[in-house]
Every structure is written in structure tokens, then in C-alpha cells.
Design a protein around this ligand. Structure first.
Ligand SMILES: Cc1cc2nc3c(=O)[nH]c(=O)nc-3n(C[C@H](O)[C@H](O)[C@H](O)COP(=O)(O)O)c2cc1C
Length: 202
């Protein structure tokens, strides 16, 4: 079947994109508003886009009212955020933080999460997450109704037992969760990962 994008509604395009571009990592983003309210929400339009400088990209949409989602607003106003990785043991809490809470609601409290201080940004880290990435706003590019947020990585916190001697984080120890289409997810486990060495040059 060949699908002509021009014949689909935005909702159909969304369903198609999120079910064919898989698996997607989840940036569980914590921010603080300019009034000091803690916010946390998941975003799977997320990728690392440069290592030099170290930059990540996350695409954040708007609320039903057309206002920018709180994460976008907070990053625009404070210039800072933290990406926390989602593991199997926090997936239910992550799901609570995807609810459309009002901007004056502390979503750490709503989801039963523990905010802990970051090293260089004011936005808190999620204590329950084994990887926290402190970022500073690099640029926000508006693409239609979305805000493509580029963030420069300033600090990375990883749980001591997961960084191996080669400098890689051993994600097989963590059960990191990825998002598929609709309400489906996947987990990285020892059993469903494998190593593939590059072939020698021919
Ligand atoms: C796993 C998952 C991934 C999501 N990815 C995105 C995304 O990439 N972009 C987006 O705008 N919303 C995404 N959402 C929805 C937001 O998390 C949701 O709208 C949230 O309420 C935004 O919160 P905020 O207003 O506090 O920023 C996702 C939800 C879930 C559960």
C-alpha cells in the first residue's frame, strides 16, 4: 500500500508517523516555571542531534487551547531543563505526568516523584530516574504548531553501577522504556538486544 500524505488528516499523519518511526526514546522533561512551580512531562519526538556541541532535539506541541505546553513555555522563559530517562519501574508515574495539568500544579507531587537539585540548572532532576541530563536552551524553532527545542547538554548524571569501563552506559541493566504507536511501549532488556560489529572494509 502506498499512502499519500496529502490525503491524510493531521490526526492520521500523527498515527502513521508514531507507529512507523519506532522505537522512540522518551525525554521525561523536568522544568521550573518562572513562578517556581515544578513541571515534568514525557516527550518522544526526541533525539540526540549533535555531539560537538552536544545537542538534543525535542518537539513539543500545544494544548487544546492552542497555548504552548507548559514544558515549552518554561524552557522559553527560563532557558533550562532536565531530561530524565524512563525505566520500567517509573513508567506508571511517567504516564501520570502526561496528563494535562494546569500550569500552577506541581507535577512531581501529582505523580509521587522526588525532585532533587541539579548541578548547574534551576530545573530539578527526577530522583527515581537513573539518568538525568541537564540542558540549556540552544534554540527553539517553530515548525507549524510545534516547537522544536534544541538543548545543549551541560551535565549528565548516571547511576554509578551502569557506566562501563569503555565509557558507555550499559542500558541493558536499566530496562529503559521506548515508545511505539498509540499506547504501546517496548523495553530494552538483555534478551532483546544484540551486538553487531562493523564488517571489515572490502
Ligand atoms: C510517552 C509519551 C510521549 C509523548 N511525546 C510527546 C511529544 O513528543 N510531543 C508532545 O507535544 N507531546 C507528547 N506527549 C504528550 C505530553 O506529555 C502531554 O501533552 C503533557 O501533558 C505535556 O505536559 P506539559 O503541558 O506539562 O508540558 C507524550 C506523551 C506520552 C505519554
Amino acid at each position: 500500500m502506498e499512502i499519500d500524505i496529502k490525503e491524510l488528516t493531521p490526526s492520521q499523519i500523527y498515527k502513521l508517523m508514531i507507529s512507523v518511526i519506532v522505537p522512540r526514546p522518551i525525554a521525561w522533561i523536568s522544568t521550573i516555571s518562572k513562578n517556581g512551580v515544578y513541571n515534568v512531562a514525557p516527550f518522544s519526538y526526541f533525539a540526540g542531534v549533535s555531539s560537538e556541541p552536544p545537542v538534543v532535539a525535542i518537539s513539543v506541541g500545544r494544548k487544546e487551547t492552542r497555548a504552548k505546553k507548559d514544558t515549552w513555555k518554561n524552557i522559553e522563559e527560563t532557558g533550562e531543563f532536565v531530561i530524565n530517562m524512563v525505566t520500567m519501574d517509573t513508567v506508571e508515574k511517567m504516564n501520570i505526568t502526561a496528563l494535562p495539568f494546569e500550569e500552577d500544579v506541581d507535577e512531581f507531587k501529582e505523580a509521587g516523584l522526588t525532585p532533587i537539585p541539579s548541578s548547574v540548572v534551576k530545573a530539578p532532576r527526577v530522583k527515581e530516574s537513573p539518568v538525568n541530563i541537564e540542558c540549556r536552551k540552544f534554540e527553539i524553532i517553530e515548525i507549524g504548531k510545534m516547537g522544536l527545542i534544541l538543548g545543549e547538554i551541560l551535565k549528565v548524571h548516571v547511576r554509578d553501577d551502569i557506566l562501563n569501563e569503555k565509557g558507555y552506559v550499559d542500558t541493558r541493566k536499566l530496562e529503559i522504556v521506548g515508545r511505539l504507536g498509540g499506547a504501546d511501549y517496548c523495553i530494552i532488556t538483555k534478551e532483546n538486544t544484540f551486538t553487531l560489529k562493523r564488517p571489515d572494509k572490502r
